[in-house]
Write a protein of this length. Structure first.
Length: 242
């Protein structure tokens, strides 16, 4: 038993301390996007998922799609990771998930369901070694998007080796069998039932909570470049007060 003078404070929930030093920035300028494309290349090269190239960058046709948000995650002003968010509706389906698993997703989109698909998750190899919380704080963006857009499911196509992690941490379960994916061998489409499992997830990881204000700042766009989906966004916030 600790003496009164040596009481140990309870450890902070995973990621909460680092969250105070972190910024999510939507990549809008050419320089911001290029820095993310370079980080993707370095991360994929480090993991053996891409071959060396003269460009030193990884980008694709969805980076500028109207239903995507590409975020850089910065700690103390330094770019450390990135995630791309796709909003999938009956009117907007641009994503790798609908290309490779359209037979499963399109019928549900036709019925009016809404999905958030998170992809292109990368972390700078050297920085991620210093901050093991980075995956949680980066994927947090996906859960904020699910709440903001009142999504039925949160999707992620992952390597089969990563399925146990996504199942254990984010309660994401495979929706179908692994399928071939260039450069990765195979991928598996996983999904989290955000409407029914939300309380379980945030109870385990309170850092995933957010305010309506934070979500609006991240996902609402200026009128001149807005993509206005036909979805309902009235789900009550389970985070801090807006």
């Amino acid at each position: 038993m600790e003496s009164g003078g040596n009481v140990r404070p309870s450890p902070a929930p995973l990621g909460t301390e680092l969250l105070n030093r972190l910024d999510y920035r939507l990549a809008e300028s050419a320089a911001e996007k290029d820095a993310i494309y370079q980080m993707r290349y370095q991360a994929y090269l480090h993991a053996g998922l891409t071959a060396p190239s003269d460009s030193g960058r990884v980008s694709d046709e969805f980076d500028d799609a109207s239903n995507t948000w590409t975020f850089g995650v910065y700690i103390d002003g330094e770019l450390c990771s990135s995630l791309r968010i796709h909003l999938l509706t009956s009117e907007s389906r641009a994503a790798f998930s609908t290309q490779y698993y359209g037979d499963i997703l399109n019928p549900r989109l036709d019925r009016g369901e809404v999905f958030i698909d998170s992809g292109r998750f990368v972390a700078a190899p050297k920085i991620s070694q210093r901050y093991p919380e980075i995956p949680y704080l980066t994927v947090r963006l996906s859960f904020l998007a699910c709440e903001h857009f009142n999504a039925n499911l949160g999707l992620a196509m992952v390597h089969p080796d990563h399925v146990p992690f996504y199942r254990r941490v984010f309660l994401q379960k495979p929706m179908a069998e692994p399928r071939p994916y260039p450069g990765w061998g195979t991928v598996v489409l996983t999904a989290c039932d955000t409407r029914n499992d939300w309380q379980k997830i945030v109870t385990r990881f309170p850092v995933l909570r957010s305010s309506a204000f934070e979500r609006r700042m991240l996902f609402e766009r200026p009128v001149q470049r807005a993509f206005v989906p036909s979805v309902v966004t009235t789900r009550p916030s389970i985070g801090t007060a807006a």
